[in-house]
Design a protein around this ligand. Structure first.
Ligand code: DLZ
Ligand code: SF4
Length: 513
């Protein structure tokens, strides 16, 4: 039985289930760079370079292991541009008896895959993706047992199941979650670790030229490109994080500073999400640092919670609730995405800084994504689909399964609270506390109304007024609503008027495009 083994661009793992039991004498590995994937959203240029270059390096590694590859390059004149049509060409050439794949990360691709067996008249075996801790069926078992899904309880089960940071059946340090220790403001003098850059080799340079020519109109700077594109380099990036950044990762996890896009963050999500690193090895490395006394528990627990807890949890939610999940719009948010999400051309310094870093690095850390661009999108009532497309396009680690629940549920509360127990809405005071953005902003974070007032201050109260009927019953919103109720009718009318003036015609004519 001759099989064609499929490896997608986010499955670059040597132990991938689709490659298990492969017979090098007759089986062929199929990989294709296709226009359909490079353009379904206008991906940041560095994201396309990372995926295509990592695919090419991975293919080389498989060839050097003695495997037969059917590899289609994007610039190949015969390339027909989609997984399905390229698979048809490969089948005609190699005449396999069956297809073997690993479940894809994305609903859109899973739909496509569902048709292949009938289309090609041969069996297609779709195997579980063993790069995750929690299979889709395991998540369904957990979710079936409860009415509301809180990440914290899922995470505890995962800790017990994997034994990570456990002392027998008790959590290490006597508590499951040390998040309250992870909100420190940065010290005035900061000596953040210098990030490890990986100089592009000839293969990456070739892809950069291709992307520069073909995707010049896509968002983002192509140079400098310093991402790892091989497993060996990704392992080096992991080792750098563990030794130089993890000890302080916890303390300053939520902090933001002008000119410091990375601080103590791991920056390994692009490698995890395209398969160069596995979730297990990353968590094991962090736990080892704790056991060796190199990193404190609040840092290691916080990091492991992101991978073992949150990342697995959002994947579970995605597969359990797609495709309907993406269509909800619980807060009826209808405004189009303002142009400054792409240009960065806004007087709001916090937004300008984050968009600028996103353009340069294809990266922003979780608090920047949640509390600056995300908070703005939530408060301004931007359309979920437009915001989701933006996040999917601009971030190097963004794939639908992880981006959608994070944006739709966590950032925008568009699922009505399935993921988050309350909307992550905040006024300028939070941004001022967690960053140094306000000091050099054209707006005044202390002003609550008028020309100079920080737009987040006005939009925050406007958001509460607008969503009064939808959010008043939420116990976690009781405090802000009590404050709102103490405001005079005139003050509320003024907030509404100033918010609408801003949204409809203020800073960079939000809503005008
Ligand atoms: C993101 C991406 C890009 C930009 N290009 C490709 C590609 O040319 N070939 C490929 O196999 N995968 C690519 N990917 C990743 C896919 O979009 C990802 O594998 C699907 O979303 C399936 O989950
Ligand atoms: Fe952002 Fe407001 Fe601070 Fe300006 S004043 S940086 S708009 S939070």
């Amino acid at each position: 039985m001759k099989s064609l083994r499929l490896v997608l661009g986010d499955q670059l793992t040597h132990s991938l289930s689709a490659l298990n039991g492969l017979d090098p004498a007759q089986d062929v590995v199929f990989m294709a760079e296709v226009a359909q994937e490079t353009t379904y959203v206008p991906h940041h240029k560095q994201k396309i370079v990372l995926i295509l270059s990592a695919m090419r390096h991975f293919a080389e590694e498989l060839i050097s292991e003695g495997l037969r590859l059917h590899y289609v390059r994007l610039e190949d004149p015969a390339n027909t541009g989609s997984f399905t049509s390229e698979l048809a060409r490969a089948i005609a050439l190699h005449q396999p008896d069956r297809l073997i794949a690993t479940e894809p990360g994305e609903w859109r691709v899973a739909q496509m895959m569902g048709e292949w067996s009938a289309q090609f008249g041969m069996p297609l075996e779709i195997r579980e993706n063993n790069s995750f801790f929690c299979s889709r069926s395991r998540f369904a078992r957990w979710a079936d047992e409860r009415k509301s899904y809180r990440m914290e309880f899922f995470y505890r089960e995962m800790r017990r199941e994997t034994g990570l940071l456990m002392q027998d059946d008790k959590p290490e340090g006597g508590e499951w979650n040390f998040d309250k220790e992870n909100r420190k403001a940065l010290p005035a003098r900061l000596d953040s670790p210098k990030r490890r850059r990986f100089e592009p080799d000839a293969a990456t340079r070739e892809v950069m030229t291709l992307v520069g020519e073909r995707f010049a109109h896509h968002f983002g700077d192509l140079e400098p490109f310093g991402w790892a594109v091989t497993r060996a380099d990704a392992l080096e990036a992991l080792e750098h994080f563990i030794s130089a950044c993890l000890p302080l990762y916890g303390d300053y996890q939520d902090a933001m500073k002008v000119g410091e896009p990375f601080l103590y963050h791991s920056i390994i999500s692009p490698y995890l999400n395209c398969g160069l690193l596995t979730a297990r090895e990353v968590c094991v490395a962090a736990e080892r640092a704790f056991r060796a006394g190199h990193a404190p528990l609040n840092a290691v627990e916080g990091f492991i919670r992101q991978i073992l807890g949150w990342r697995e949890y959002v994947r579970g939610i995605y597969w359990r609730h797609m495709p309907d999940y993406a269509d909800t719009n619980a807060l009826d948010a209808q405004r189009p995405l303002p142009e400054f999400f792409w240009s960065g051309d806004t007087r709001m310094n916090c937004v300008a800084q984050v968009v600028g870093e996103t353009r340069r690095n294809a990266y922003a850390h979780h608090i920047q994504r949640l509390m600056i661009t995300g908070n703005f999108a939530l408060l301004a009532g931007l359309q979920p689909r437009a915001v989701e497309e933006w996040y999917l396009a601009v971030y190097i680690d963004a794939f639908d399964w992880v981006e959608l629940p994070n944006t739709h549920g966590m950032v925008l509360f568009a699922d009505g609270g399935m993921l988050a127990s309350k909307p992550y809405a905040a006024s300028g005071a939070y941004i001022n506390r967690m960053s140094d953005y306000c000091g050099s902003c054209a707006y005044d974070v202390k002003e609550k109304s008028g020309e100079k007032a920080c737009p987040f201050n006005i939009l925050y109260w406007h958001f509460l007024i607008e969503n009064h009927a939808r959010l008043l019953g939420n116990p976690r919103m009781a405090m802000p609503y009590r404050t709102l109720e103490k405001m005079s009718a005139e003050r509320r009318a003024q907030i509404t008027q100033e918010a609408l003036a801003f949204l409809d015609g203020g800073d960079n004519r939000l809503g005008a495009n």
